[in-house]
Design a protein around this ligand. Sequence first.
Ligand SMILES: NS(=O)(=O)c1ccc2oc(NC(=O)c3ccccc3)nc2c1
Ligand SMILES: [Zn+2]
Length: 263
Amino acid sequence: RRCNLTACSSKMHPMWQGPLAVPGGDRQSPIDIVVRKSVLDTELKPLKTTYDPKTCQQIWNNGYSFLVEYDDTTDKNTLKGGPLQDTFRLCQFHFHWGETNDWGSEHTVDRRLFPAELHLVHWNADRYSLFEEAVMEDNGLAVIGVFLKVGKRHEGLQKLVDALPTIRHKDSVVEFTCFDPGCLLPANTDDYWTYHGSLTTPPLTESVTWIVMKQHIEVSHDQLAVFRSLLFTSAEEEVQKSMVNNFRVQQPLRGRTVRSSFT
Ligand SMILES: NS(=O)(=O)c1ccc2oc(NC(=O)c3ccccc3)nc2c1
Ligand SMILES: [Zn+2]
């Protein structure tokens, strides 16, 4: 079970002890997806992703998670279809995880926790010219969420895992090329839930169309353990803090409907 709020908040990074909800925020993320309350929408199309591994640029520790960043100045990495009317460009992907395999995901499904969650962050390139503009608009961003379970080793993830010890501290950056983010998607991307929400870390802006995959991916215990070897703190800080429990607690649904692309 996810630790109760007090236990979590004592262990959680200060950032997550901050505002649990944005004042007046009525579409905050993450949420618990109550499967039997989700509504089938037959208009929802299959997702269409096109990613070019050559546009991968760097991997860095931003003090909340580690990010793999892509060149988003062209239409080489796009997300279309699903609930989206426009073409969205991938700018980065990152993860959230716990200190143990018992919790770590941001979204939950019928209160079920996963040890980690992948977020592929895209912005609406049909209407805006930069992420920074799109992040302020209610149809500006689309984030694909993929749950991770502990099981067999994920071969595609290993190249990324091997780079983590080189970015242990906050603000460390290394060049990272030729990585296909598509290898982190589950085999079935036709089955997903979608709802209107927000970024789950500051600035918490309510500009995200969330697309949460029903099918999870598997990574090995050892691969996930390397995530936990990262640090929230920069090299200069005297007290080093392990980067774990970098998830936000679930937010009120506030009457929103979660749609499903499947029955
Ligand atoms: N956990 S989350 O909701 O997916 C989430 C939360 C907070 C985020 O801030 C950013 N910023 C950029 O990607 C960015 C990209 C390009 C330039 C500047 C910023 N992405 C986020 C995703
Ligand atoms: Zn995230």
